[in-house]
Design a protein around this ligand. Structure first.
Ligand SMILES: [Zn+2]
Length: 299
């Protein structure tokens, strides 16, 4: 299974989980490999691919740093390496989407960056990898793309970017109202306030699009619903539940022979969630993806 990563993913000077954890996971894979995972460096995005989704003035601001109100609109200090980092990490999402269409399953150790909007960053997200990859998959021959966003927070940026393009659908199960939006038939949003409702809601949302054919699933596999996660966590959501969620999504895709490309999305260290625990949570996604890739290989 191709898993995309390059050292440029973590090139931005601003250090927090989203700009650093890809390296933590690569370090962990070097120490304790998951058989079948092939780390591959993606081609960086081209300007045209970014501008298929984002306003050229905003794209220029990320490249040059000016004006600051745009280049730092995602919420952190701009630096000269940010451009290289976001082209590489979002390039990984596009590469994973294309690899999944060939192999059945692939992933990128980057985030979906689902809060980024057309002409501005938002919520620590610079460019929206999910929307960029969905459009790139359509350009590469997919007729319809399903985005399954299970990050703790709502994917309001993605919803705004795909609105009106009915070839792309989104189902979104969130445990935090951050970046919420009006649920529509195209972008279905479910809010969960009680951990006991979490897995049943994920299953219900998947079932709600059961009868529809898709050519690709983009899975925003956030681990921030975990109860110990300082940003987004919901009491009662455990590692076992998140592992079951991951298995549920991959099994649902496998049953339909629906290719799936996953990205890490949210998951934040803090006083109650240490780095090793966060890495272990994201490794649940990698292990389940490998099981699915074996199913595809055997068929
Ligand atoms: Zn999140």
């Amino acid at each position: 299974m191709r898993l995309y990563f390059s050292p440029d993913y973590v090139a931005a000077r601003h250090a927090f989980d989203t700009t650093r954890k890809a390296q933590w996971i690569v370090d962990s894979l070097r120490e304790a490999p998951i058989p079948g995972v092939d780390l591959v460096a993606p081609a960086p995005l081209t300007r045209d691919q970014v501008e298929a989704v984002h306003d050229p003035a905003y794209v220029r601001a990320i490249e040059t740093g000016e004006p600051r109100h745009l280049s730092e609109s995602q919420g952190f200090r701009w630096d000269g390496a940010l451009w290289r980092a976001v082209l590489a990490s979002n390039g990984g999402v596009v590469a994973a989407a294309r690899a999944a269409m060939e192999d059945g399953v692939a992933g990128s150790l980057s985030s979906g960056l689902h809060h980024a909007r057309h002409d501005t960053g938002h919520g620590f997200c610079t460019f929206n990898g999910l929307a960029i990859a969905a459009k790139a998959a359509l350009a590469a021959g997919a007729r319809t793309v399903l985005i399954v966003d299970l990050d703790a927070h709502c994917g309001g940026g993605t919803a705004s970017l795909i609105a009106g393009d009915t070839r792309i659908r989104q189902i979104d199960v969130s445990v935090s109202p951050v970046d919420s939006y009006e649920s529509t038939d195209q972008c279905r949003l479910a809010m969960v306030r009680d951990a006991a409702e979490y897995l049943p809601t994920v299953r219900r949302m998947l079932a709600s699009v059961d009868g529809e054919g898709f050519d690709l699933c983009l899975y925003n596999a956030g681990m921030d619903p975990h109860e110990k996660c300082a940003i987004g966590g919901l009491a009662g959501i455990t590692r076992d539940m998140l592992a079951e969620r991951v298995q549920t999504v991959f099994a649902w895709c496998a049953k339909r022979r629906l290719p799936v490309a996953f990205v890490l999305a949210g998951g934040y260290t803090g006083p109650r969630l240490h780095r090793a625990e966060l890495v272990a949570l994201h490794r649940c996604t990698l292990s389940a993806a490998i099981r699915m890739s074996l199913l595809y290989g055997q068929a």
